[in-house]
Design a protein around this ligand. Sequence first.
Ligand SMILES: C[S@@+](CC[C@H](N)C(=O)[O-])C[C@H]1O[C@@H](n2cnc3c(N)ncnc32)[C@H](O)[C@@H]1O
Ligand code: SF4
Length: 390
Amino acid sequence: MRQGDRSFGLYVHWPFCKAKCPYCDFNSHVSEQVDYARFQAGMLAEMRHLAGRLEQPPRLNSIFFGGGTPSLMPPDLIEAILNKAEQIFGFAKNIEITTEANPTSVEAASLGAFKAAGVNRVSLGIQALDPAQLQFLGREHSVNEALDALALARDLFNMVSIDLIYGLPEQTPKKWRSNLQQLVKLGLNHLSLYHLTIEPKTIFYTRWRRGEVLTGPDEVVANLFEMTNAIMEKAGLAAYEVSNYAREGHECRHNLTYWQAHDWLGVGPGAHSRFDNSGRRISLANRRNPKSWLETVEFKYHGIEKETIETPNGWASEMLMMGLRLKAGVNLSLIEQKCGPREFWINQGKLAMHVNDGRLQFLEHQNETRLATTPEGRLLLNSVLADIIK
Ligand SMILES: C[S@@+](CC[C@H](N)C(=O)[O-])C[C@H]1O[C@@H](n2cnc3c(N)ncnc32)[C@H](O)[C@@H]1O
Ligand code: SF4
């Protein structure tokens, strides 16, 4: 960590996938041909450019290769990025270097080379443990392939997480409980368990608009969420964030950097950067389209499309929106230090109402006043945030 307890991360976005999943609104594209050498040159140039935006580039606490499907990246491209990142920023002791990976057998075969390149954590997109659910989600892998990839990842890496999506139409509490129990028996240290959300501009969205039922009923999904929390808690994997469960000490350091509104740089198409600069919060957004990002970066050494200096209210909103996802909540005095008295950025009446109704709570922690959601509030987080943010 730097500057007391602030952390600094690097996100690298690989925007390509073998196929587009019908539920996915991430910046991911299917392309027959990818010019790896051009992408490598573009990513290294952008990293150098972004480092120059910081007053004093700090050491990196974490790097995260996300996508798209970064497990389709050639390992020597990952290695080139890691070498350059170490040269430019330096690595903190115990740096966490994660790559997302899809569990097809072809991609699992690259995991050894990723480890040799310097990756030390893998987040595997298992998504479901039932063949019909995988088919519903349009996945390219079978349950057995996913479990084999998981076993291989655990042989190779000390830090392995898996992603699953729940709240599917035919998913009963009984089925989901047995999936969770199967995973708990494996002794995993970190899981990301997401409700299926129907995102605009996806195939699921079009089908949903036509009247197809693609998610379970709200009350069943709420029930599954509560059951998930209870099973995970009992297994020693607390919900440290709305959708993330970990044994103590195994929380994803990179994602904590986002949720604690610390600083990070984002390289690649559609990546975002956020950092403090002379007491101001800077926010950068890269061009999303891979071709236009590449052409821009080759011309300007960066693919930034939008640059914003956050207003104090914008910054306070970021800290509330991200921090209230965490079980530990946000430090209200810290937000006041950066953004001014709380009456400017929080609706005090609505805050009191949600505290009274048991959706928000104040926590006293080492002389800090923290605001956190209760388990009930976490389920209704979006509407709570819409109410309290000014
Ligand atoms: C960047 S995505 C995908 C990473 C990787 N390409 C894969 O498919 O496994 C990260 C995670 O977000 C989750 N996700 C994506 N779209 C979702 C949706 N509409 N609803 C719920 N979870 C979603 C999935 O669990 C996925 O693994
Ligand atoms: S879910 Fe993963 S594999 Fe599927 S389209 Fe999105 S990023 Fe690509």
